[in-house]
Design a protein around this ligand. Sequence first.
Ligand SMILES: [Zn+2]
Length: 258
Amino acid sequence: MKLICPVCRKALKQNGREAVCENGHHFDYAKSGYLNLLMKQSKVHGDDAAMVKARTGFLNSGAYAFLKEHLTALSREFRPQVIADLGCGEGYYTAALEAEEKYGFDMSKDALKHAAKHDRSTAYCVASIFHLPMPDSSCDFVLTCFAPAACVEIERILKPGGVFVFVTPGKKHLFELKELLYETPYENKVTPLNMALPLIRTDEIRQPFDCSGEDLMNLFMMTPYAWRTAESGKEKLRRTLQMRILAEFVVRVYQKPF
Ligand SMILES: [Zn+2]
């Protein structure tokens, strides 16, 4: 196990239902199997159960399976020993990655409960991605998918030659949904990441999917539009039977120099 104690930064070892360090700090494994490495009850909460349910429902429709396959292929190409997924959510992408050891970090216990139950190949931990319980130079492959890039921590935990894979929405991602909801829909901006590591590759991938009924509402729930959409827009969405929507992602790969 590569995890370190968030209090004293010494190595953690699993001891039954706990992880302990040599200074006697100990942390509990939840019944579902994830490890809680938050020092105190944090005021920051991750996604709640309703959000997790919506997202899991939508992802299970397979609309983003092509992104999962793309990320799996990347992990196969770089042959990492250790992977860390920062902001892993319910582990939809994490579970599919290939490595000898995998770690998934998120602030949402609801998401990690789902992740730990469905994927035994990854150690899931409640922890802040801006204060990672991992030693320096311990990972070969770090993924962040639709979450902020914790640049300083990523540079610290990557081994020389290790890669950081950063996934963001492409310009036209979900544009048809925005057209329905907004009078003046806008394209997403793809902004450069303020990071010291060199960018070695950018893949833009896209695929349309048909979305209807519950999947459409689930998709709406998991987007930032859900809380800034007028009631008239929501009503239009409720009356929509089916839509063809473009999913578009930008996958950037940064590499720490050898
Ligand atoms: Zn400790």
